[in-house]
Structures are given as structure tokens and as C-alpha cells.
Design a protein around this ligand. Sequence first.
Ligand SMILES: [Zn+2]
Length: 421
Amino acid sequence: MQSSTVTGAFAAALMLSLAVKLWLATRQMRHVAAHRDRVPAAFAASVTPQAHRKAAEYTLAKGRFGLLATAFGSAVLLGWTLLGGLDALNLGLRDWLLPRYGAMAYQLALLTAFALIGGLLELPLEWYGTFRVEQRHGFNRMSLRLWLADLLKGTLLGALIGLPLAALILWIMAISGGLWWLWAWGAWVGFNLVLLVLYPGLIAPLFNKFEPLADPALKARVQALMQRCGFAAKGLFVMDGSRRSAHANAYFTGLGAAKRVVFFDTLLQRLSAGEVEAVLAHELGHFKHRHVIQRMVGLFGLSLAGLALLGWLAASPAFYAGLGVAPNLAAPNDALALLLFMLALPPFVFFVSPLAAHLSRRHEFQADAYACRQADGRALASALLKLHEDNAATLTPDPLYVRFYYSHPPASERLAALPAP
Ligand SMILES: [Zn+2]
């Protein structure tokens, strides 16, 4: 493999993905702007012109912000790779730490420094997204103080979980020879499963308050539904989602016996008991159709393929040189290889994302159909309408943009498959 081949493939994928992203975003914004003054006929009775216009404004604002974020992200990516950012960081840390503290300390420092600098670079965009885009459209409920506290907690938690995991993977890479990627994959899968079990009880409460669902009528209704569907969960909880955002949601979390159902307080405030039941039946549909397991197995399969690819690439000096980094001659290159791989992969993965979106949309239709069998389909339709309106989701997306990005079918397609509310 030649380093010029690596550079060429990476630059081509980056430029092509960037061009497609810009093209799709422009199409979406033009489509939404062109339809902002007229509510589509199917929604004329249920959606006001004001709500429709608000959804268009919010979609356009997010679209403009997305363009900015895409351009910025691509510049940062080029800065790390072909323009030599990662190379400079690596040289500095290697000369300083390797002779004094050894290979593991140097590599962990490289991963940490990269994560911190990357996080700092993203910070202004995240601030803008929350305190300008979301704020202006009435969705943000976070104070700057809470935002900063979240940031601090997230960083500490990332270090607490990420550093031991990184040390474990680096250790495996150092001692297990040519098949290191297989062992690393095993560690990765095990780590994810442990995290799934620990997340609901240990990590999520660091950021939100969870209280058992108190409303006795709703509780009885939900429990009857779960019994009907043959679903055992450890508890029903209400989360104070309103502390951060006005967006509403419900979800399942955990694995095996640690499974629980979580409702955002914003969802319960907005929906009737029948609608909550229908939304939950939809979520149960994902479980009954084994979507959750399928998705997990798919992700684990993809990460095995990715690690095998990295196992092959990391052994070739052209992989490093082609992405703007001089490999170390007297020390392990494992942390470098991991970072370069993480940086270079997304522009390639972008081109398979429509396939994942397609599968996800199919799963949504299946879960909706399941909800219609176990609960009231009309209640699901009216709940979807309310959630669409509350989240200011556009009713008139560009069809091609939908095919590429939407993990959920647009409201028009979803409601067409449900009984009228
Ligand atoms: Zn769903």
C-alpha cells in the first residue's frame, strides 16, 4: 500500500461526503422554505398555520446550524490529519513522556490530550446549538450553570470510564500479536454489555432525577399493557427531562433484569393516558420484533469488521504517513492507529448511512403496527401529531433527504399507515 493511495482515498471520501451533505442540506432547506406557508392537505384539520410555520423556521435554523457544524468539523478533521495537527501533538508528547514514563503513559496522554482538545474545539458549537438555536425556538430550559455542570460531570465520567478502557485496549494491542483486534473486540463487547447493565441505575441518575411513576390510573393501564405483551421490566420511572429541554420522549433502558421504562415528564404533561399507553406499546413493539437485539448484534458485527480492518491497516506505515502522521519507530503506534482510524472512518461510513436509516424506518413501521394490535391506533396517531408539533418537526421534508437521514418515517407516511385520530 502506498501512502499516496491512503491520502487519495481519504481526501476523495471527505470531499465527496461533504459535497453530498451540502447538496442534501440545501435541498431540505429549499423544500421546507417553499412549503412553509401552506399546511399540507392531510394535516389541514389538525395543524395550525402558525405551528406549521414555526416548524419550518426551526428546521431552517437547524439546517443552517448543521451547515456551519459540517464545515467546521471538516476543517478540524483536515487540521488533525493532512495538515499535521495530530503529528505535532504526537511528537511533542512522545519526546516528553516516552523516555521518562514509558509507552503506556505516553499513549494514554496522547488519547487524553486529543479528547480534551477535540472537546474544547466543539464547545463553542455546542454552546451555540443550545443557547442560540434551541433557545430561540423555545426548547432550551438549561441555564449556563447547569450546562457547565453537565460538561464537568461528563468529562470526569468520560475519564473515569474511558481511561481504564483505553488502557485495557492498549495493553491487549501490545501483548496479543497479530490477532489483537479479535481480543480487543471481545473486551469492547464485554465493556458495552456491562455499561448497559450499569447505565440505568448508576450513570443516568448523575444527570437526571428518576421517580417511580406515581399516577395510579396510568400505572395500572401501563402495567396491564405490559402484561398483555408479556414484558417484564423492573420499574416505571418518570425523568425530569424538562430540566434541560422541552422536547418529549419515552424510552427503554438497561439489559435483562435491569430493564426499565422511562417517561420524560414533558411527555406525561402533554399526552393523555391512552396516548401514553399507545406510545409505550410502540416501544414494546421494538422489543417484540427484536429490533433492539438486532441493532446491537449489527453494531457488534460492524465493530468486529472495523477492528479487523484496523488490524490490517495499523501494520502498514503507509496508513500513518498517508494521513499526515509519521509513525513512531521506537515505540508502539497503537494509540496513534486508534485515533487515525476514528478520524478517517466517518467520511467512508457516511455512504452506508442510508442503509441504516432505511432499516430503522422499517422497524418504526413494524413497531407502529404492533402498537395498533396491542393498544389504540388512533391514540398513537394523535400522540404522534402532538409530538411532531411540540418538537416542531417539519411536515414537508425533502423526500431525498428523508431517504438519506431519517431514522423515523416522516409524519405523513407514518400517519397514513395508522387509523385517523
Ligand atoms: Zn420507534
